[in-house]
Write a protein that binds this ligand. Sequence first.
Ligand SMILES: Nc1ncnc2c1ncn2[C@@H]1O[C@H](COP(=O)(O)OP(=O)(O)OP(=O)(O)O)[C@@H](O)[C@H]1O
Ligand SMILES: [Mg+2]
Length: 482
Amino acid sequence: MLVRTLLVLESPEIRTRVRAALGQLDVVVSLLRLQGDFWTRLAKESADLVLASRSLLARDPAADIARLRDLPDRPEVIVFTEREDSEARADLLAAGCLAVLDAETPDRLLRESLAALVQRRSEWLTARVGAGRGQPRATLDDFVSTSGAMESFLDIARRVVPTDSALLVLGETGSGKEHLARAIHNEGPRARGPFIAVNCGALPEGLLESELFGHEEGSFTGATRPRRGYFELAHRGTIFLDEIAEMPLHLQVKLLRVLQEYTIHRIGSERSIEVDVRVVAATNRDLLVEVEAKRFRQDLYYRLGVVTLSIPPLRSRREDIPALVTRYLEVYRRRFVREIADVQPEALDALTRYAWPGNVRELMNVMERAVLLSRSHRIGLEDLPESIAAPGRATPASVAGVAASDAECLALPREWMDRTWTEARREVLVQFERAYLTRLLRESGGRIGEAARRAGMQPRSLFEKMRVHGLRKEAFKPRRRD
Ligand SMILES: Nc1ncnc2c1ncn2[C@@H]1O[C@H](COP(=O)(O)OP(=O)(O)OP(=O)(O)O)[C@@H](O)[C@H]1O
Ligand SMILES: [Mg+2]
């Protein structure tokens, strides 16, 4: 992570020395202009570390240090003093600053001290970004594989772990794209750095750009203070760009530039900031189709797809299902402290035959529910959802909540995705109504009463619908042979 360092230093000499000392570190340095009321200007800043001159603080500095530490993102404060006695230094530390450095410190020592302080701050920030997820650390071993498809996939995954190359992860929903990205990060040389996940489809276009690249104060309405972007946060780590197909074209151009030069510009700033990040992008769309439709840039596709990892859907590797079932049985048995020995053969059979449109995520949910609900020490058909236990009887309601399968998505004509929800919905409805009515009238030989009964409609409504679609009952009467 790049540490944002704000210099509030009075003496030009110490400013120059500090900038030189920070030169080689993972920092973005900003200088606060000290003319006039700099406290007001300071209130518009945000930083991770503030380096301040003792002379700029009040005689009793505690309140000023508290003010600095109260800035957004709660920076740590390092104070530069001139010949302060040990009593005064102790007061400064007691007031909450991270370190007190003597302005006379020789260059080499200054450099080393700042390096250690920046490093400490960076580790703290990285831990904070990764904290709070409460999930076990992802590893490649999580990807259970007894199937050939999964073995060859994992073989490629293991080979890219130690490298820095950009990756493109493809796979259906719930197949573990993010899990894979995390595992590759955790097992590689960047494991100590941050893992930053960005969902490119979840943010409005305008916001996505500033989230990714950051912005300077006043670069657009609402940008009241400078803000760093995800690329700066991901420095020395991995940035995971989820739903990359949703990224608007003008940002694709910028992303391509980042992948070529590994420098970024905050919005509204000329300054380039070097970032050392591994980029992993993911999508469950067919990117080649997007490229052909000119919604995804071909050059970016090639740049990102130097290594493409396609996670095979569960239904194409059914051999893996029993092992996954056993694994998640174990996980949830422990979590809920339930004494469940195994899964009955009929239940395992049903689990293996099911199509798993939601892939591993769906399997985990099914196992969690089964372990929770099971009344015996073995999981049986009765503990499984009806869509799995008795697929023939599955009603549409029983599959609600599961994302559409690939086949269902592909059945949707591509051009519908170019329309808004309302337009597409209206059109689908019109097409459906016309096809339904045509077939209904054909099969009822144009007899309105019968047709209305079969469709469960009032004859009047049927007539009205036929009128809207320009259908006449005469057209469906059986032809009399003359
Ligand atoms: N092989 C796996 N081993 C362990 N857990 C997995 C595995 N694959 C997926 N998971 C878990 O399943 C859930 C879904 O995985 P993930 O979010 O990575 O899927 P995804 O492919 O990104 O799905 P989507 O396209 O819907 O975003 C997560 O809780 C993840 O930890
Ligand atoms: Mg995902």
